[in-house]
Design a protein around this ligand. Structure first.
Ligand code: CP
Length: 314
């Protein structure tokens, strides 16, 4: 497990090496699947998790809480809307909140925050490992990136050489940022960014990919790249960040027209929640993995991360 300021915080996708992903993370996720199938274990017995979310979540919070449960640990405090249901509502700072949580001696804090979580904000303060469950500006969701990468690996057996097409609100979507950083660690990767100009991927990610030899192209019409894509990664318009999507700016929706263009082996991914950017008929297509494999991968990935942080030697 890579360390971050001396502690195994999970903050950004860039902190993980290719070697760690391939040699430790992927095998451990497989091991976690076996533990899940066999009904769980007590590997993390006595370990205490706090899940503190300043923004709503269904999958991330629930999968972390199920994950520690399947490994025998406990959730000792959980809030789904810390802005309303904690002293964050009275204006308490994140720093003070983290310091107070630390005094109760949990073993791990899973934190979703509506601003940037960085070493200066959390890692330098918390003696307890913190897992970034999604932050903002510029924003990452590293555990989602890892679960997405594992979903891709499970399907293709490898990551190198794949063509991944990311679609929609790439400017404010944190999952596409984290996945891009992870893909940049692999070889012969091509990424197509398909979005209206006002929601294009930010330059920091594009510069990173360029430096890491990833072939990047930008489009406004999904139909141009769908037939040559191994993965189509669709995203929701982040209206809560002020994003607006104008259908006249291009073709961004996955519908029957797109399904008819895809190879039989292509997979369709989405971090969820999804709205109208995916037509309902796509859910029943065998290439859609967002309601199946991606969800499973989320649980096993979070089990793996908790095991690595809380019981690294077992
Ligand atoms: N993918 C994701 O982060 O979903 P939630 O917002 O429901 O956690």
């Amino acid at each position: 497990m890579p360390t971050f300021d001396g502690f195994p915080h999970v903050m950004v996708s860039q902190q993980f090496s290719r070697q760690w992903i391939v040699e430790e993370f992927f095998p451990l996720v497989d091991q976690m699947k076996h533990i899940f199938v066999s009904g769980g274990c007590d590997m993390l017995k006595g370990k205490r998790m706090v899940s503190f979310f300043y923004q709503p979540s269904t999958r991330t919070r629930m999968s972390f809480e199920f994950a520690i449960g399947y490994l025998g640990g406990n959730v000792l405090f959980s809030t789904e809307n810390a802005r309303e249901f904690s002293s964050g509502a009275k204006g308490e700072s994140l720093k003070d909140t983290i310091l107070v949580i630390n005094r109760y001696r949990p073993d791990v804090i899973v934190l979703r925050y509506d601003r940037e979580l960085g070493s200066e904000v959390v890692s330098g303060i918390s003696r307890v490992p913190v897992i970034n469950a999604g932050d903002r500006n510029p924003g990452q969701h590293p555990t989602q990136g890892l679960l997405d990468l594992n979903t891709i690996k499970k399907h293709f057996g490898h990551i190198d050489g794949l063509t991944v097409t990311m679609v929609g609100d790439l400017k404010n979507g944190r999952t596409v940022r984290s996945l891009s950083y992870l893909l940049g660690k692999f070889g012969r990767i091509s990424i197509n960014f398909v979005s209206p100009p006002n929601l294009a991927m930010k330059s920091d990610v594009k510069e990173y990919l360029f430096k890491h030899g990833v072939e990047v192209e930008e489009f406004t019409d999904l139909r141009r790249v769908a037939p040559a894509s191994d993965v189509i990664y669709q995203t929701r318009t982040q209206t809560e960040c002020g994003s607006t999507m104008n259908g006249k700016d291009g073709y961004f929706r996955i519908d029957q027209t797109i399904l008819d263009m895809l190879n039989t082996d292509t997979i369709i991914m989405h971090p969820l929640p999804k709205l109208d950017e995916i037509a309902s008929e796509v859910d029943d297509d065998s290439r859609a993995v967002y309601l199946t494999d991606q969800i499973d991968s989320g649980l096993f990935t979070r089990m793996a991360l908790l095991k690595m942080i809380l019981a690294p030697k077992r």
